[in-house]
Design a protein around this ligand. Structure first.
Ligand code: ARG
Ligand code: ZN
Length: 868
């Protein structure tokens, strides 16, 4: 029996709201089990709507205690209230004021949507549809209102009371209670509402905007954590400056606040003036956070801040337009990180991530367009496709029209749509106007799912001195889209000669927009080597007729760092795929040469060398093989390759390690120092790949002596694949030292879940019983169960036990936190490419979930699509 299919919501069914809300006055009386909310809504019929004029307000598990219309108690026959809906079938025809009182229980709200408690702190999460868990409301992003929020609470339990906007009033009342009133003058959709109440510590700073206004900045955290917020504050100030300098965007309220909480379903949330964050993306010290953590904090603080313009000042008309704010804001945060750190390294990292999380989604059963046309549960569409592929579309747009027209298009968008709930069409129209181009075909990137495959074959004609490039594109079918149209694919191209010197044809942009087309370069006097899709100008899978020698030329000489790195990956991937397919005899010599070269090149940034040394992941290899995937064979191939590198490059790896191990000063999280640590640790990782005794001792020593978490975790990662006492000692030492720091405990859980041994399965089951673990906290669950699902050889055990464990865990979590349960199931986005035995086991596990009673909409939707 299939789960009951949740109702389909379709883009084509969009209708403007029948009623608008001009102002919302919320009166929130905080109490752990009986919080009272009085919402006063000034509403009027929408002049732009047609159809019936009934008032239909959304709810979710709500309990109505009172309702008045224009000051008079509403006759029970004049409305229908269920937990999910409040309907007034025949309201007056003009403006009205509704006063609605609801009662909530924050302490039992385990979904972490709406108003809930995290370690005793009251907080809210309303995106996408959480506001309806607080009060009855037209909970859709095109209903924008001005909010005033009065919060009242016990002063001892919640001395800090925060909401969107500026504080206008506060004071004490009797019985130890107090209140605060916040007013947000910017009309906003309900998903951007937030409030917080609790006993919090904070740090503060100020920022002077480009027009000279002073903005108060505050970061609130649990007591005892205020010393961990400096990097987040610094990231915030740099983000504010950057948005002024690069996009001309100034902050608009007198205060900007961040609150970090321990229990949060996602990374963070851009509520107007009051961002709420997962602790993980605020708290950092050298002792507890790695370089990667610092980089994520910087990126996410920036991301949420940038939403103030791309998301808040201009929001989305409906949830189908989610990429309008998310893809654009990811693009903006990637650009910010590139400017703060290294553009080349940022691009390599972003593409690695895109391939790992988005290409896999786009080639499996959960593939969907960047702007979907149908959803059943919107929470399941906060995906790598909407976010990361959405960002790639913006990047391609900039490549297509050039930086100047791109900036003019952005300016026009901010100018024209400030205050609007906008659509993708309106966004694209700004760039079409600014660049005077027809972007109709380009826009298909929003509606067509799947990653295009492009074949690029070059032929040099010695007599005619021409080089012809034949390009063919093809996109495989995805769910609901059996046949595909050609996409508009911008390909940045350069030619090198066989010695690696740039040919006089400078970088060139080819726009492939038909199924196949050819380009001819003239006056090419020697056989060229093609560098194509430079800087990863389009999110495609590329095949070329390059020889291994050509790839070696690029690995040694390409002036585009991205493609130089890519060439090295290509050499590695070629070896790996051959090995997985059983070709033992193939030589790693070209890859070894390339890596020796890179290791010896003192001009290269250490961070680049570290990326070059990081071989394709098991997931990358599975993606390349695409069919009939055997995760064990992939694991063995990758292990063999790393073993070869370890032996053949030993001297230069040791030299790289020694160079950067020696240069130690006080910890600095900046890009340069992080890059040096990255190279040292990449060298250590390869040195230890075979379990060589000297290298293991080196890793164990680094673990023991490290004065920062980056080096400590890197040492543990080098020990992790080996079943040796040093590893177990390190796990124990990490726990003993950090048992009271949940964010480090997450690393401890994750590292154990990643061990590529059969015993890992029992280890993670045992860890779920550990006192440091809790199924209630999403960070813990993701750190342990999520990491296990990302352990390719162990999650994909041939006996299917990994699949069953994951699905059973998801079903168990579902009643408590459906979003978390559905997220875990993302591990099944690649099940169809597995070899038949594993695929059958995965399918059986999915079918068992489908049969479970009372599935949430979140879980039923994911399982339904994974099986379809
Ligand atoms: N808008 C947030 C961000 O990307 C994500 C919040 C998503 N929350 C959710 N429950 N779906 O910054
Ligand atoms: Zn976002």
């Amino acid at each position: 029996m299939r789960p009951e299919e949740p109702i389909a919501i379709r883009l084509e069914d969009y209708r403007p709201p029948d009623w608008l809300v001009d102002t919302v006055h919320l009166d929130i009386d905080l109490h752990p089990t009986e919080a009272r909310v009085i919402a006063t809504l000034k509403m009027r019929p929408n002049p732009d709507a047609d159809g019936a004029r009934a008032i239909v307000l959304d709810g979710d598990e709500l309990k109505l205690s009172r309702i008045t219309l224009d000051g008079k108690t509403l006759d029970p026959r004049a409305y229908v209230a269920t937990p999910e809906r409040l309907t007034i079938p025949r309201p007056p025809s003009g403006p009205i004021t509704l006063e609605i009182e609801t009662l909530l229980n924050p302490s039992t709200n385990t979904q972490l949507m709406g108003l809930y408690q995290s370690n005793g702190i009251y907080c809210t999460q309303c995106e996408a549809e959480g506001f309806r868990r607080i009060t009855y409301f037209p909970d859709r992003p095109d209903v924008m209102a001005v909010y005033t929020t009065r919060i009242e609470a016990d002063k001892a339990a919640a001395p800090i009371l925060l909401a969107n906007g500026n504080m206008t009033e506060s004071g004490d009342i009797d019985n130890g209670r107090h209140f605060a009133v916040w007013h947000d003058p910017f009309p906003k959709p309900s998903y951007l509402f937030a409030m917080v109440g609790g006993d919090l510590a904070f740090i503060e700073d100020t920022f002077r905007t480009m027009s000279g206004r002073d903005v108060a900045l505050k970061i609130y955290v649990e007591h005892g954590k205020a010393h961990l917020c400096d990097y987040a504050m610094d990231s915030l100030k740099r983000s504010m400056r950057w948005d002024e300098e690069v996009f001309g965007r100034e902050y608009d309220l007198d205060i900007f606040m961040i609150v970090a909480v321990a229990d949060f379903n996602m990374g963070a949330m851009e509520n107007k003036g009051l961002n709420i964050f997962n602790d993980k993306y605020v708290l950092a010290s050298p002792e507890t956070a790695t370089d990667a953590d610092y980089a994520s904090i910087e990126a996410i603080v920036a991301h949420e801040y940038f939403h103030n313009w791309t998301g808040n000042r201009i929001t989305c008309r409906d949830w189908f337009q989610l990429c309008l704010k998310e893809g654009l804001t990811v693009f903006r945060d990637q650009e910010f990180s590139a400017d703060q750190r290294s553009a080349a390294l940022e691009r390599i990292g972003d593409v690695r991530n895109l391939r790992a999380i988005q290409f896999t989604e786009d080639s499996g059963p959960l593939a969907h367009p960047v702007r979907p046309s149908m959803y059943r549960e919107i929470n399941n569409f906060y995906t790598p496709t909407i976010y990361e592929k959405g960002a790639e579309i913006i990047r391609m747009l900039r490549v297509m029209i050039g930086r100047e027209d791109f900036r003019r298009g952005m300016d026009l968008y901010f100018d024209r749509h400030d205050g609007d709930a906008a659509t993708i069409e309106q966004f694209i129209a700004c760039f079409a106007e600014a660049s005077k181009r027809d972007l109709t075909h380009f826009s298909q990137w929003y509606s067509q799912a799947g990653t295009p495959h492009v074949a690029a074959e070059g032929q040099w004609n010695a007599e005619a001195k021409t080089y012809r490039l034949d390009l063919v594109q093809n996109t495989l079918p995805t769910p609901g889209q059996p046949s595909k149209e050609p996409q508009v694919i911008p390909l940045a191209v350069a030619l090198f000669d066989e010695q690696g010197r740039a040919m006089k044809t400078d970088e060139h942009l080819i726009v492939l927009d038909r199924a196949s087309q050819s380009v001819e370069f003239r006056n090419i006097k020697s056989r060229p080597v093609l560098s194509i899709n430079r800087e990863f100008s389009a999110p495609i899978v590329l095949r070329t007729n390059a020889t291994e020698e050509d790839t070696q030329v690029l690995a040694a000489h390409d002036t585009d760092s991205f493609n130089r790195w890519q060439a090295i990956q290509t050499l590695a991937m070629k070896w790996l795929v051959a090995h997985v397919r059983g070709a033992e005899a193939n030589t790693a010599a070209p890859l070894l040469d390339a890596l020796k070269n890179v290791l010896a090149d003192r001009k290269l940034a250490p961070a680049f060398v570290a990326q070059a040394l990081a071989m394709p992941t098991e997931g990358d290899i599975a993606g390349e093989i695409a069919k009939n995937v055997d995760p064990d064979a992939i694991f063995r191939a990758r292990k063999a390759l790393r073993g070869t590198l370890s032996e053949e490059l030993r001297a230069s790896l040791q030299a790289a390690y020694d160079t950067y191990a020696a240069s130690r000063g006080p910890f600095n999280p900046d890009a340069k120092s992080a890059g040096e640590r990255a190279l040292k640790n990449a060298a250590l990782d390869l040195l230890a790949a075979n379990g060589d005794a000297k290298a293991i001792a080196l890793a164990a020593r680094q673990f023991a002596d490290a004065d920062n978490m980056t080096d400590r975790m890197a040492a543990l990662a080098a020990l992790m694949p080996h079943d040796i006492p040093e590893r177990e000692q390190a796990f124990k030492a990490l726990y003993d030292r950090f048992e009271n720091d949940p964010l480090v405990i997450d690393k401890w859980l994750t590292m154990q879940a990643m061990v590529p041994e059969a015993a890992t399965f029992d280890r993670i089951k045992a860890l779920t019983e550990h006192k440091a673990f809790s199924f209630k906290n999403p960070n813990r669950v993701r750190a342990l169960i999520g990491a296990f699902a990302g352990n390719p050889s162990q999650f994909n055990r041939p006996d299917g036990a990994g699949y069953r464990y994951l699905t059973e865990t998801a079903v168990a979590i579902d009643p408590q936190n459906p979003q978390l349960a559905a997220r875990l199931m993302g591990a099944f986005k690649t099940w169809r490419r597995l070899e038949p035995g594993r695929a059958a086991a995965a399918e059986a596990a999915l079918k068992a979930v489908a049969k479970a009673p009372n599935l949430s909409r979140d879980l039923a939707d994911i399982v339904g699509r994974a099986l379809a």
